[in-house]
Design a protein around this ligand. Structure first.
Ligand code: FNR
Length: 359
């Protein structure tokens, strides 16, 4: 029997993955001053043992003000770097799996409560709140304090912050980087006409709206050694009329490809509370399929993919090259083991679990 697609190796630039099951980034809001805690050891430790081909770290902030909440993971100072080194060393020693960092800036969606406290904005004058920054001085939701519009010097600072975080990630031995340009955070705010009303070279036309995200991509790509993959996660549509949509995503993906992106991770939504999302199993896969067909980039599909056969069908049909899982991995942190058993393949387990797999 031939190996199921899901368990065939995948090359991302010079990085070889053992299979096509990727763990999606998942914010834990459990860091202290940006630094990983014991929670990260537990959470990432169990995911590292899952048999997935790639483990993506949660959205990791490039500066304190880039965090969604004050509990976000960051990689902007030596304390952050030391704390993350401990977690990564343990993974390398006990459950080696290639690790990708999702490098992020929340823009106007920063300074918020964690979702389990409601997720509302923490205003700048409240304890532990700060004034957010964004392409334009437009609040995400009514009733929120509007962000400060970024000027040229700010853009340079943020680009440098992305590069500095990438440099720390390389020093930590992190194999890959995903630039977070999805879900309504800073780079998506530049792309979407709903959040970007700038009249300078960074707003207006599609080319102008793509300019800053592409500059950030270049800055990170330059820092990562050649052969180590860098790509972006995008929202392929805002699910709002007059918003960012899939053909603009195709143009953005083409521009990223021309700059050396190793892949594209296709999600949707997040920039506007007016979004109307038609949820169903695999609801974002058609967007991945469109982007893949138009660009021939290695394409990662995500969103309500929960069943091994569903995942296999997506790859078999050529709709994507890999799938990423978030909630399914929390529900069943051995999802790849179970998928392997169901589809007739094998995954790697830590040596201590040598008697774990059914025979
Ligand atoms: C997420 N998601 C997410 N996305 C992202 O780009 N960066 C992040 O840090 C997070 N954080 C996060 C935390 C948690 C707890 C969940 C459940 C989700 C979105 C996630 O990566 C994924 O795109 C969606 O959850 C849809 O995929 P699933 O859950 O249907 O497999």
């Amino acid at each position: 029997m031939s190996t199921p697609r899901l368990f065939q190796p995948l090359r991302l630039d010079g990085l070889a993955l053992e299979n096509r099951i990727l763990i999606a980034p998942m914010c834990q809001y459990s860091a202290r001053d940006g630094a990983a805690t014991d929670w990260h050891m537990m959470h990432l430790g169990q995911l590292a043992m899952s048999g997935a081909g790639l483990l993506t770290l949660e959205a990791t902030a490039v500066s304190p003000e880039a965090r969604i909440t004050d509990g976000d993971l960051g990689l902007y100072d030596d304390g952050c770097e030391r704390a993350l080194a401990g977690v990564l060393d343990a993974i390398r020693d006990y459950a080696p799996v290639p690790v990708c960092i999702q490098i992020a800036h929340a823009g106007r969606k920063a300074s918020s409560q964690p979702p389990w406290l409601g997720g509302q904005q923490v205003p700048p004058d409240a304890a532990r709140g700060w004034l957010t920054e964004a392409p334009s001085a437009l609040a995400h939701q009514e009733g929120e304090v509007a962000p400060r519009a970024l000027d040229r010097a700010d853009l340079k600072r943020i680009r440098d912050d992305f590069a500095a975080t990438a440099r720390r990630a390389v020093r930590l031995g992190i194999e890959a980087a995903e630039i977070h340009a999805a879900h309504g955070y800073l780079l998506h705010q530049f792309l979407s006409p709903l959040a970007n009303r700038r009249t300078d070279a960074y707003g207006g036309s599609l080319e102008n709206r793509m300019r800053f995200p592409l500059e950030v991509f270049d800055a990170v790509r330059e820092v990562f050694p050649s052969g180590q993959p860098v790509w972006a996660r995008v929202s392929a549509t805002d699910w709002v009329e007059e918003g960012w949509e899939v053909e603009q995503t195709v143009a953005f993906a083409q521009a990223l490809k021309a700059r050396g992106a190793a892949a594209i991770h296709v999600s949707t939504g997040g920039v506007s509370p007016k979004q109307k999302i038609a949820l169903e199993p695999g609801y974002q896969v058609p967007f991945a399929e469109r982007v893949r067909a138009a660009t021939d980039l290695v394409t990662i599909a995500v969103g309500l993919i929960t069943e091994p056969r569903q995942a296999e069908e997506i790859l078999e049909a050529g709709k994507a090259d890999a799938i990423s899982l978030a909630r399914a991995m929390l529900y069943d942190p051995r999802w790849p083991w179970h998928a392997a058993a169901e589809l007739g393949a094998r995954v790697r387990a830590p040596k201590q679990y040598w008697r774990s797999q059914p025979r």
